[in-house]
Design a protein around this ligand. Structure first.
Ligand SMILES: *[C@@H]1O[C@H](CO)[C@@H](O)[C@H](O)[C@H]1NC(C)=O
Ligand SMILES: *[C@@H]1O[C@H](CO)[C@@H](O)[C@H](O)[C@H]1NC(C)=O
Length: 257
């Protein structure tokens, strides 16, 4: 009994210590481990370099103390919602030269206050959610993308801190306005959000005018037709007085017969 007690009293703390060591070994390094294919450099904060790493997506376990994140020259196609959340010191994200097509409204959630630069240039982005950049104070590099210039893009840029600078880099590949194609977005004077409303107003006006024209032409046709009928009727009436005579003659004949 006393031997067992002694054994237990020593082995339990030993076990706990071992367990915590194992846990530390398992958990601690993975928290600040460099993502596969990337190199991490600790200088003034942690710099994570995943350039040219043939990544198809953003590494899921990024070190929480990452300050600079280079993801350029990969084949990344999307930025999942809140993928950078928890990276409280993140100042710069470089996603240039990838295959991004869009950015959702919560793609950059969690880093709004710290982020100073975001590079999404040289991608395949044609549209972003109107609120994607709304809370950001970062400089956003968004050139060399096949932008579709419409109301949504105008709204997204409007919410942007350095919006004038960003709009200067946006070249409209396609647009709601035909003459904007190939031109920089900065040259847009029109309010593209009111444009669609104006277009529908215009369509309604045209439709109404069409109906009106149809009604008018029908009335004109109807009046003309009636005029013709009335004229014919009048002529008929004019010709009537001679007819009764003939009829009378006929009657006379019949009475004669
Ligand atoms: C990042 O990594 C790439 C490829 O490994 C390398 O060519 C480049 O020089 C690195 N950049 C920095 C700033 O360390
Ligand atoms: C992002 O990386 C590319 C390619 O290395 C580089 O040309 C560009 O200047 C970087 N962007 C920023 C904002 O530093």
């Amino acid at each position: 009994m006393t031997l067992l007690d002694l054994w237990l009293s020593r082995s339990i703390p030993m076990c706990l210590m071992l367990q915590s060591l194992v846990l530390m070994a398992l958990c601690f390094p993975s928290a600040s481990m460099c993502p596969k294919g990337c190199t991490c450099l600790r200088g003034d904060g942690l710099s994570v370099n995943c350039s040219h790493a043939q990544l198809k997506e953003i590494p899921s376990e990024l070190p929480p103390d990452t300050v600079l994140l280079r993801l350029d020259h990969n084949q990344i196609t999307s930025v999942p919602a809140r993928v950078f959340q928890g990276l409280n010191r993140l100042r710069e994200i470089n996603l240039s030269h990838n295959a991004l097509e869009t950015l959702g409204d919560s793609a950059l959630q969690g880093v709004e206050d710290t982020l100073q630069a975001l590079d999404i240039s040289h991608n395949l982005i044609s549209l972003v959610h109107k609120d994607t950049f709304a809370q950001l104070k970062a400089r956003i590099h968004m050139g060399h993308n096949p932008w579709h210039c419409d109301c949504t893009l105008q709204q997204a840029l409007r919410g942007m801190f350095y919006n004038h600078e960003a709009a200067g880099q946006v070249l409209c590949k396609t647009s709601d306005l035909q003459d904007l194609e190939g031109r920089p977005f900065l040259s847009v004077d029109a309010d593209l959000c009111n444009l669609t409303k104006r277009t529908t107003d215009y369509a309604m006006l045209v439709t109404m005018f069409g109906w009106f024209a149809m009604v008018i032409s029908y009335v004109v046709y109807y009046v003309r037709q009636n005029q013709e009928d009335a004229r014919r009727h009048l002529e008929y009436l004019k010709s009537l007085p001679s007819k009764p005579k003939k009829q009378d003659d006929g009657e006379d004949v019949s009475t004669v017969v």
